[in-house]
Design a protein around this ligand. Structure first.
Ligand code: PEP
Ligand code: MN
Length: 360
């Protein structure tokens, strides 16, 4: 069965209704490295990526080879026919990229956060028909991501796409950048025709985890993958831990299971609607239970007010959390899920009690 896709025509023509694959090194380092990787990925990827200007979080790292690398990329196109992609962060980058036949420009996560920078790039791109991808901002802010997209759209750029690369987090987590899947899902619902690409390299920061994140993205109907690839990943000048060899890229891609975004068989539709009805009923019960729980929290708020007791009782909250994690485990519910669920419930109780206590 073919994938039912509402995507923009330019994208369907580019990807041929298969996931669009963008591969290549985090950074262009030397001409031979750029060309060798390109020959390694040319049968698997439609677009060749290489960072020429590298935004580094801390100074002192490799900041990219600069404009000279654009000439190496032109050589890639001449030898392999792949489309070329690089990151741009200023109007000057855009002008240089355009002058060197770069086909796809992407705006990096550290640039999307800055409306001035995005506007400068959008202005510099006016009148071109380049493909432009906008990565999510480093912080989990959907409006900022959409705002960047709208600035590009207002400049008349028609071939636009999103790249989801995860979000910074102060918490210690297994990924370099937290996926927060709900954010790209919300984006897809709002902009069904705009292609959404996943970047499992920057999400995981770890080549061992790329396969599973790439599969999850396809299961969520993402339209393509951007995977950092290097012939000697451990020796890469940036993002060494997350790059894969061209052989590994091939293995990852061939292990991916492509699923239909819709399946229209009768029996499937019937079964699905029964499951969904049950889910809807359970959701309604959850809401009712939450309402009852909040009413009790309000009563406690009134009691605390009468007795002049502080809203937050840290020991009680710790007890609740420990108990629920233990019970969650017995019921095979993940600890991270239980923790965030009860944090949200507890936050709401505290907010309501605070309101009650401070009410005149
Ligand atoms: C990159 O693609 O190499 C890069 C710097 O990405 P991000 O903007 O997602 O950090
Ligand atoms: Mn990188």
């Amino acid at each position: 069965m073919t994938k039912v896709s509402e995507k923009a025509l330019w994208f369907k023509q580019l990807s041929g209704n298969k996931p669009l694959i963008i591969a290549g090194p985090c950074s262009a380092e030397i001409p031979d490295q750029v060309l060798e990787i390109a020959h390694g990925v040319k049968d698997q990827a439609t677009i060749y990526r290489a960072g020429i200007w590298k935004p580094r979080t801390r100074p002192g790292g490799f900041e990219g080879v600069g404009a000279i690398g654009l000439k190496w990329l032109q050589q890639v196109k001449a030898e392999t026919g792949m489309l070329l992609a690089t990151e741009v962060a200023t109007a000057e980058h855009v002008e240089l990229a355009l002058a060197h036949d770069i086909d796809v420009l992407w705006i990096g996560a550290r640039t999307t956060v800055n409306p001035f920078a995005v506007q400068e790039i959008a202005d510099a791109l006016k009148g071109t028909d380049k493909i432009v991808f906008i990565k999510n901002p480093v912080n989990p802010d959907l409006s900022l991501w959409i705002g960047g997209f709208e600035r590009l759209q207002n400049s008349g750029i028609e071939k636009l796409g999103f790249i989801h690369r995860g979000f910074s987090s102060y918490e210690k987590i297994k990924y370099r950048n937290k996926p927060e899947w709900q954010i790209p899902i919300d984006l897809q619902i709002r902009f069904p025709e705009i292609p959404l690409i996943n970047d499992p390299s920057h999400i995981t920061g770890n080549r061992e985890l790329i396969q599973q994140v790439a599969q999850k993205a396809l299961d969520l109907n993402f339209d393509g993958l951007m995977i950092e690839t290097h012939c000697t990943p451990d020796l890469a000048w940036s993002d060494a831990a997350q790059q894969v060899t061209p052989n590994k890229l091939q293995e990852i891609l061939s292990n991916l299971v492509l699923r239909d975004s819709l399946n229209l068989e009768d029996s499937y539709l019937h079964e699905m609607s029964m499951f969904r009805t049950r889910i809807d009923e359970i959701d309604t019960q959850i809401l009712k239970l939450l309402k009852d729980r909040m009413q009790i929290a309000d009563e406690i708020g009134l009691l605390k007010k009468a007795k002049n007791v502080a809203v937050l009782q840290p020991e009680r909250w710790q007890e609740v959390l420990i108990k629920m994690r233990r019970e969650g485990k017995e019921n095979k519910l993940g600890e991270a899920f239980i923790t965030s669920l009860f944090k949200a419930i507890h936050d709401e109780s505290i907010t309501r009690q605070d309101h009650i206590i401070n009410r005149k």
